[in-house]
Design a protein around this ligand. Structure first.
Ligand code: NI
Length: 159
């Protein structure tokens, strides 16, 4: 496994649409393993392909406190949303910055795992927020595009 460089806002690759994964092979497994290592090393809760310069529809996420509940989402699709939550959101591609974004409170996702099998996930709170945020990355969308009305990006250390 190897850590990969995280692309930061301003890099055009973050604005491109990622392609579906069609081959579930060693190359994909290495990408997933590297993304996982990169996410943990950066203390992130999620990382999407474009953030490491790969325009494939792949996401790794771990919203657990124990940092041992990584899930891998390949070709993820949101199938159902309900409720609403408003809160701070950050991104490894916008280091040190946060912004207030309203997202659904509950999100259901279907995605393939590394064996190509379709799985269903249901997330609430942070997990629901993370699903939306990471899947947006696959379509070239950053959370700063979705700030609540009147909100601006802020630095955590600016308080
Ligand atoms: Ni992000």
């Amino acid at each position: 496994m190897a850590r990969r460089n995280i692309r930061v806002d301003g890099d055009p690759i973050l604005r491109k649409k990622s392609r579906e994964v069609t081959e579930f092979n060693e190359r994909l497994f290495t990408l997933l393993d590297d993304m996982k290592e990169t996410m943990y090393a950066s203390n992130g809760v999620g990382l999407a392909g474009p953030q490491v310069g790969i325009l494939k529809r792949v996401v790794v996420m771990d919203v657990s406190d124990t940092r041992d509940q990584c899930i891998e989402l390949i070709n993820p699709v949101i199938t159902e949303v309900s409720g609403e939550q408003t809160g701070n959101e950050g991104c490894l591609s916008l280091p040190g910055l946060y912004g207030v974004v309203t997202r659904p409170m509950v999100v259901k996702v279907k995605a393939q795992n590394r064996d190509g099998k379709w799985c269903l996930y249901k997330g609430e709170g942070l997990m629901a927020r993370c699903f939306c945020h990471e899947i947006d990355h696959l379509d070239g969308i950053l959370y700063k595009d979705k700030l609540d009305e009147g909100e601006q990006l802020f630095r955590a250390d600016a308080e």
